[in-house]
Design a protein around this ligand. Structure first.
Ligand SMILES: Nc1nc2c(ncn2[C@@H]2O[C@H](COP(=O)(O)OP(=O)(O)O)[C@@H](O)[C@H]2O)c(=O)[nH]1
Ligand SMILES: [Mg+2]
Length: 194
């Protein structure tokens, strides 16, 4: 996929602010600090499109980026321990209304750290996506933290973890080592039907 255009569109903190769905959307989902912003920047070949955070749990908004003729949607990260109940409820409401208002969601890229077992929140997300028949793939992040043998083992292990959910691919990625980025890009392109 050749990126001709990639720019910030808007950030939304409440369900009422969400704009009508007017373009295909490719959604990035995962726990806080998993590497969503870094992967979005890498895919779009931009340094500071999405803000990479040194402070986990900082971004509470759904961020839209206009990329070519579609949107990349960066969901607020979940699973950050210091978040209040009230903040968690806001997150739930925002995510539910995002997914349940009939948007044109072509693909969800569900990010999971390749070195960790999926968390309960990760499993809830897989369950949710499966249940709602939303097409999704797993992108394992921070692949550079493993050697080649461990990387292959991680992919196989995650296929096992994800048995029973209707995912369609597991792709290991690394931003600094440029692993899996082209594969992820062409997979997204395939789901966009371009
Ligand atoms: N080693 C390594 N670190 C990464 C990679 N991707 C992201 N990170 C680091 O993980 C931290 C969180 O990244 P960020 O993109 O802000 O995660 P987000 O909270 O999911 O958006 C930052 O310190 C990044 O530099 C990767 O592929 N490899
Ligand atoms: Mg982020």
């Amino acid at each position: 996929m050749i990126i001709k255009k990639a720019e910030f569109f808007a950030a939304f903190g409440t369900n009422k602010q969400l704009p009508a769905s007017v373009k295909p959307e490719v959604v990035f989902s995962g726990r806080s600090n998993v590497g969503k912003s870094s992967l979005i920047n890498k895919l779009c070949n931009r340094k500071n499109l999405a803000r990479v955070s040194g402070e986990p749990g900082k971004t509470g908004t759904i961020n839209f980026y206009t990329v070519n003729d579609f949107y990349i949607v960066d969901l607020p990260g979940y699973g950050f321990a210091k978040v209040s109940d009230k903040e968690r409820q806001r997150w739930d409401k925002l995510i539910n209304s995002y997914f349940e208002t009939g948007r044109g969601i072509n693909l969800v890229v569900q990010l999971i750290d390749c070195r960790r077992e999926p968390s309960n929140d990760d499993y809830m997300m897989l369950e949710y996506l499966s249940h709602h028949n939303i097409p999704f793939i797993i992108a394992l992040t921070k692949g550079d933290k493993l050697n080649k043998t461990q990387q292959n083992a991680a992919v196989e292990q995650f296929k096992e973890y994800c048995r029973g959910y209707s995912w369609s691919d597991v792709i290991l990625t690394s931003v600094p080592k440029n692993i899996g980025i082209d594969t992820l890009s062409s997979t997204i392109e395939g789901f966009l039907g371009e």
